[in-house]
Write a protein that binds this ligand. Structure first.
Ligand SMILES: [Zn+2]
Length: 281
C-alpha cells in the first residue's frame, strides 16, 4: 500500500471576454504528499485557484519541496511565480524540452493572458529549472517523469506515481471536457493517440487529466484514457465526413453530447476546417 496521498484541485469553467468569446476549460493541479514532504504538479493560473492550492499545501502540514510543470501552457504554470514567493524553499522543475518552450513562449502568453482573463489570472515570468534525469523524490519514494511527445501541444510530459498506480497526465488526457484540438493538426492527432496508448500501457488505476469536469472521478479509465482516445479518433473521422465546421460540431455533439465546454469543440472545428480548406486550395 502506498503511503502517499493525492489531492487534486480543479478550477471552474471560466467565461472569456466577449471580444474572445467562449469558455476556458476547468484545469487541474495535483498535490502529492508523504509523511513530511509534498510535491505539486502544475500550478493553476487564476489568482483564486493558486490561493486555494497554496492553502491546501499549508493545510497538508508538509514541506513543499518541488513544483513540476507538465507542459508550457500558461493555464498549467502561471501560478508558479506566486507559489515560489509563498514557498521559497521549493524548487520548480520541468523537463528540458518544456523549459525551452516556456522560455520561447512566455512573453506571448503573458500578453494573451492579460487580454483573456482581465486581471483574474496571475502574470508570471518564473521559469522552471531543467530537471536532471527523470526522477523526483518524495519522502524517499521515486516519482517518474515521462516525456510523452504529443498531447494538445508538444512537448508534453507526465508524472507516474508507481505506488498509487497514478498518472498525472497533463494535457495528454481530458476527462469529460472537449479536448483542445486547435493547437495541433491531422499530422499530430495520431501521435496524440500514441501518447494515450503509452499511458494505457502503464496500467494506471488513477489518471488525473489536465482538464476535467470538476465532478468527474480520476479512477474512471473509461472517462479518461478511453474517452480521449475515442474522441480524437472520432474527430479525425468526422472532420473527413463533415461538410463544414458547423456540421463537424454537430456530428461531435451527437457522439459526445454530455462533454463539457462545447466552445473548445467549436474552436477545434473552425481551426481544423480552415486548415482543410487551405490544404485543398
Ligand atoms: Zn491545458
Amino acid at each position: 500500500m502506498s503511503t502517499l496521498t493525492l489531492d487534486v484541485h480543479t478550477s471552474p469553467l471560466v467565461a472569456l471576454p466577449e471580444s474572445v468569446g467562449g469558455w476556458f476549460s476547468p484545469t487541474t493541479s495535483a498535490l502529492l504528499y508523504g509523511a513530511t514532504e509534498a510535491v505539486l504538479v502544475d500550478t493553476q493560473y487564476l489568482a483564486d485557484d493558486v490561493a486555494e492550492v497554496a492553502r491546501r499545501i499549508e493545510a497538508s502540514g508538509r514541506t513543499l519541496t518541488t513544483i513540476f510543470i507538465t507542459h508550457a501552457h500558461a493555464d498549467h504554470y502561471f501560478g508558479l511565480e506566486r507559489l515560489l514567493q509563498l514557498f521559497p524553499t521549493a524548487r520548480a522543475v520541468a523537463l528540458p524540452s518544456v523549459v525551452a518552450e516556456i522560455q520561447a513562449t512566455n512573453e506571448g502568453q503573458r500578453k494573451q493572458w492579460r487580454a483573456w482573463f482581465e486581471g483574474k489570472a496571475l502574470d508570471n515570468t518564473a521559469v522552471p529549472e531543467p530537471l536532471e534525469g527523470d526522477t523526483i523524490l518524495l519522502d524517499g519514494e521515486e516519482l517518474k517523469v515521462i516525456e510523452v511527445g504529443q498531447a494538445d501541444v508538444a512537448p508534453a510530459t507526465l508524472v507516474w506515481v508507481p505506488s498509487l498506480r497514478a498518472v498525472i497526465a497533463g494535457d495528454a488526457i481530458y476527462n469529460g471536457v472537449n479536448p483542445f484540438l486547435a493547437a495541433s493538426g491531422p499530422a499530430e492527432w495520431p501521435k496524440w493517440i500514441e501518447s494515450v496508448d503509452k499511458i494505457a500501457a502503464l496500467e494506471p488505476q488513477i489518471v488525473v487529466a489536465g482538464h476535467k469536469n470538476p465532478e468527474a472521478a480520476d479512477d474512471d479509465l473509461a472517462a479518461t484514457v478511453t474517452f480521449t482516445r475515442e474522441y480524437i479518433g472520432a474527430f479525425i473521422e468526422e472532420l473527413d465526413a463533415s461538410s463544414d465546421s458547423r456540421d463537424l460540431v454537430a456530428r461531435m455533439r451527437a457522439r459526445f453530447p454530455h462533454t463539457l465546454n462545447p466552445s473548445a469543440l467549436v474552436l477545434s472545428s473552425v481551426t481544423a476546417w480552415k486548415r482543410k480548406k487551405t490544404d485543398h486550395a
